[in-house]
Design a protein around this ligand. Structure first.
Ligand SMILES: NC(=O)c1ccc[n+]([C@@H]2O[C@H](COP(=O)([O-])OP(=O)(O)OC[C@H]3O[C@@H](n4cnc5c(N)ncnc54)[C@H](OP(=O)(O)O)[C@@H]3O)[C@@H](O)[C@H]2O)c1
Length: 255
């Protein structure tokens, strides 16, 4: 039986860093790389070779996700890792997003994570790991990033609760909560809004965040937080009232 890793959002950013890290694990026969853009996926395969299998799937489309699920069912691989990395934000106020845009963001960031997880779990064994990309944005409500921060809270709570449910089966679920990372994320997030996120303190390299997340998953941790900056925010969000955390955010971003 083939041992594989499934990585959504594998063509860019931290997803791509996970591809590089898991290629070093010789027991992984194939990495199933999921994203929309076929050209980027094909470049990934050319760069990293035969062990990469590509799947162009729009994760905002449940039917497309279910089609992908049929491939899993047909091939019956042993899934050692599932990394749900695909996701995006928009830096703007509520009024600059249509209902369709808002729901699309929730679909990719939340629904797809739960759907792909449910399709993959039956093919996981003791010692398998699920890593879901949440964010520092999950620690508190973030005005002008409202849907995104709410979506990432969903991912964090979902992952931690599922971690408990899967404990007896020896499968870990880790909510990866990075602060700002240097990736292509910002190309999609900036839409030219008047009130836009503009302070990106504590920017980290995605490779470092991914390496820490994999180490934490192997230690069966339900949360992975990289770097002093995000660890401090994590602690602050535990002890300070959320209203105060929101005020700090508004001040930091000059809103
Ligand atoms: N960068 C940051 O500062 C930061 C901080 C905290 C958390 N995060 C989270 O980290 C994760 C990865 O982000 P990143 O920084 O690596 O961003 P990125 O470089 O923009 O990568 C996003 C990936 O998701 C894929 N994707 C986006 N929409 C998709 C869809 N509808 N269907 C399938 N694939 C889709 C993209 O490929 P296609 O466009 O080809 O589909 C791409 O591979 C996200 O969940 C993000 O929210 C990022």
């Amino acid at each position: 039986m083939k041992k594989i890793a499934i990585i959504t959002g594998a063509s860019s950013g931290i997803g791509r860093e996970f591809v590089k890290l898991l290629l070093r694990e010789k027991e992984i026969h194939e990495i199933w790389a999921v994203a929309r853009d076929k050209e980027k996926l094909s470049r990934l395969q050319k760069r990293y070779g035969e062990r990469i299998k590509t799947f162009s799937v729009d994760l905002s489309d449940l039917d497309a996700i279910l089609e992908f699920g049929k491939i899993i069912k047909q091939k019956k691989p042993q899934i050692k890792y599932l990394i749900n990395s695909a996701g995006y934000a928009k830096f703007c106020s509520y009024r600059e997003l249509s209902a369709e845009q808002t729901v699309n963001m929730i679909d990719v960031n939340c629904s797809a994570v739960a759907a792909v997880t449910l399709l993959a779990v039956p093919y996981m064994k003791r010692g398998s790991h699920i890593l879901n990309l949440s964010s520092q944005a999950s620690f508190q409500p973030l005005p002008y990033l409202n849907v995104y921060s709410a979506a990432k809270s969903f991912v964090r709570n979902y992952s931690r609760a599922l971690h408990e449910e899967l404990k007896n089966e020896g499968i870990s679920v880790t909510a990866v909560c990075p602060g700002w990372m240097r990736t292509a994320f910002y190309r999609r997030a900036f839409i030219g809004a008047r009130q836009t996120v503009n302070n990106f303190s504590g920017m980290a390299r995605p490779g470092n965040v991914a390496a820490k997340a994999l180490r934490d998953a192997k230690k069966n941790k339900d949360t992975s937080v990289y770097g002093m900056y995000v660890k401090t925010a994590h602690l602050a969000a535990k002890v300070l009232p959320q209203k105060m955390m929101m005020k700090l955010w508004m001040k930091q971003q000059n809103f």
